[in-house]
Design a protein. Structure first.
Lengths: 447, 160
């Protein structure tokens, strides 16, 4: 009983801190975020409950479960999950936890399997999560197995859009289609790159960043930092494609825009304004003349299948998509899917993949992977520099008591915010604030 | 090609020294003009760089550019530079064909930067040939990390 006042005082403090976390002055064009939200353990606890326990979270792509009786295991929202396709090809998501004594049932990352046996006492489940075998069955109480109460526990919600599979731990959440809002169309555009659909390329990149999770979301949809953070990547493109002539990139120019997609999702999009090539499908000199012929054929195929207008959007457009809270799909010099989860306020686990058209030619796949690795991933010419910047931000926030606010005001008074403005980040933060501020007070009132 | 174990060891020690001393341009000159430098994904034993997503898939031009990039102050991930120390052991040699030998070894790279200490354990496979001047050169370097994921290392901004 003595503990309650202290906890409630803590709650009030966090509640107050979250209410005051954002300055959003639309008249003066000032947007600020208090740096406490990147370092405070109590804020992360609220985020876990108000965001990660309630929002739809990306788990996998349908291509990773290529047929009946396939599975993948993933950590999503801090939970160990098992995603299966049963014998009929239907998708199921379970907590990867044995109903008996709680051991993690499936230990492999992916594979093909009709039954999942817990290593501890040997309980066996099928792909629908049903408990099908228990050693020493005769000692179980009557009806215990048959009634289904000891089946694997399903994750409350599971759904899919254009191959992107999401789960949600909140039974009462809105549908995935409603949740994704205008992000649905952008995912459709991405999924139309290949005539046979899309697939995740083998070879997951699993790494970590010593920084707050919200910094990676911001960074993944930020055009403004490219010239400064990625100067060496631009140097490389110039050396390869322009014999050392300097390339321009659109971050200072008006081409491209940031668009609010609803529910905290946002996209940065432009049409042909960046220096890099796109495997589907924008040619650059460094790829050689043979590649040009193939790229032209890809554009023609897109136009024949989807019409000139959509073909141009797919082939020539670059887009960085942030899907609230922790999915990034960047369709730039290659196509990447990236998700992350905060283990601590200053530490995230990141998992990233390349997405590619199914049935793509060997030469196109090769070009795609080279182009990916030139920029992206823990050994790319750019991602490590992003990571360094995020870690420098986190270090800078050790001064939160003295230097308290981040400024995210760029382009706030423009009618149409440009790609190098910060509208997309404000979109994220407004949703973040909506979900977190007052969450404790509301939860307290409900108690 | 016949190559003795001591000669192979000397070559690998020379490479390790160049990398530890940040003589990266000199390191890139150890490769032939048609070389590859590969670091496969940590989770795939049978990965093919043309079909699967690697960590590093460099041709000679790109490994030269990697070296040049890392020497710039604007390569933020390595500015200030890491200190590294490489240990190379278990060196073995077998002839591949009349012009090339396959050298395999184990390695550990210790990386230290400010308060961070990271370890990159692995094994490597080199295809070694001689150039016109008779000097030994790498036509292929495959460095396999013996870890399941880049945690806690986070990044592979150094050359293995």
């Amino acid at each position: 009983v003595a503990v309650i006042p202290i906890r409630s005082e803590l709650r009030q403090r966090v509640d107050l801190a979250l209410r005051q976390a954002i300055v959003d002055d639309r008249e003066r064009g000032i947007f600020k975020v208090r740096r406490d939200v990147f370092v405070d353990e109590a804020v992360l606890e609220i985020e876990r409950r108000a965001i990660f326990d309630r929002c739809w979270l990306y788990i996998a792509h349908t291509s990773e479960l290529p047929g009946p009786s396939t599975f993948v295991t993933r950590k999503v929202g801090g939970r160990e999950l098992l995603l299966t396709r049963d014998r009929e090809g239907r998708l199921h998501a379970f907590f990867n936890t044995c109903s008996h004594r709680g051991a993690k049932v499936c230990r492999e990352a992916s594979g093909r399997r009709t039954a999942f046996a817990c290593g501890y006492h040997g309980w066996v489940y099928d792909g629908t999560g049903k408990l099908v075998d228990v050693p020493g069955r005769e000692s179980m109480s009557p009806g215990q197995i048959e009634c289904g109460a000891l089946d694997l526990t399903p994750v409350p919600r599971l759904d899919e859009h254009c191959g992107f599979i999401f789960v949600c731990f909140d039974r009462d959440a809105m549908s995935l289609a409603d949740y994704l809002a205008d992000a649905k169309e952008v995912l459709e555009i991405i999924s139309q790159q290949g005539p046979q659909g899309m697939e995740i390329v083998r070879g997951e990149q699993a790494y970590c960043i010593s920084a707050n999770w919200k910094l990676l979301l911001e960074n993944s949809i930020d055009s403004y930092h490219v010239h400064s953070t990625h100067a060496t990547y631009l140097d490389y493109l110039n050396a390869r494609d322009r014999q050392g002539q300097s390339a321009t990139i659109d971050s200072q120019r008006a081409e491209g825009r940031a668009r609010d997609l609803g529910h905290g999702h946002a996209v940065l999009e432009s049409d042909g304004a960046n220096a890099w090539g796109r495997p589907c499908a924008r040619w650059v000199a460094g790829w050689g003349e043979e590649a040009r012929v193939e790229i032209d054929a890809m554009i023609a195929e897109l136009a024949g299948r989807l019409g000139e207008t959509r073909a141009r959007v797919i082939a020539n457009g670059d887009r960085n998509i942030g899907i609230f809270p922790n999915l990034v799909v960047n369709d730039v010099m290659s196509l990447t899917v990236r998700t992350f989860y905060p283990v601590r306020p200053d530490y995230i686990e990141v998992n990233a993949w390349a997405l590619a058209p199914k049935g793509e030619s060997d030469s196109s796949r090769d070009r795609r992977l080279r182009s990916f690795l030139e920029f992206l991933g823990p050994a790319g010419f750019a991602t490590p520099d992003d990571v360094e910047m995020l870690e420098l931000c986190q270090k800078g926030y050790s001064n939160v008591q003295g230097a308290q606010w981040n400024d995210i005001s760029r382009g706030m008074l423009k009618e149409v915010p440009g790609k190098a403005d910060e509208h997309q980040m404000r979109t994220f933060w407004r949703r973040w604030h909506e979900l977190t501020a007052g969450f404790e007070a509301a939860a307290g009132a409900a108690r | 090609m016949m190559l003795t174990v001591p000669a192979a060891e000397e070559l690998l020690y020379q490479e390790a020294e160049l990398l530890d001393d940040w003589k990266l341009v000199e390191w890139s000159q150890l490769f032939t003009a048609d070389a590859v430098y590969l670091v496969p994904p940590t989770t795939l034993a049978d990965a093919d760089p043309r079909r699967d997503l690697f960590l590093v898939y460099d041709d000679t031009h790109r490994l030269q550019q990697r070296a040049l990039r890392l020497l710039k102050k604007s390569a933020h991930a390595e500015y200030p530079r890491s200190r590294t120390r490489r240990l190379v052991s278990n060196v073995r040699v077998k002839p591949l064909d009349p012009t090339a030998a396959r050298v395999t070894c184990n390695f550990v790279v210790y990386r230290s930067r400010a308060e961070r200490q990271d370890i990159y354990p692995g094994h490597a496979e080199y295809d070694v040939v001689t150039d016109e001047s008779g000097a030994l050169r790498f036509r292929r370097k495959l460095a396999v990390l013996d870890i399941d994921m880049l945690r806690p290392q986070g990044r592979l901004s150094i050359i293995l």
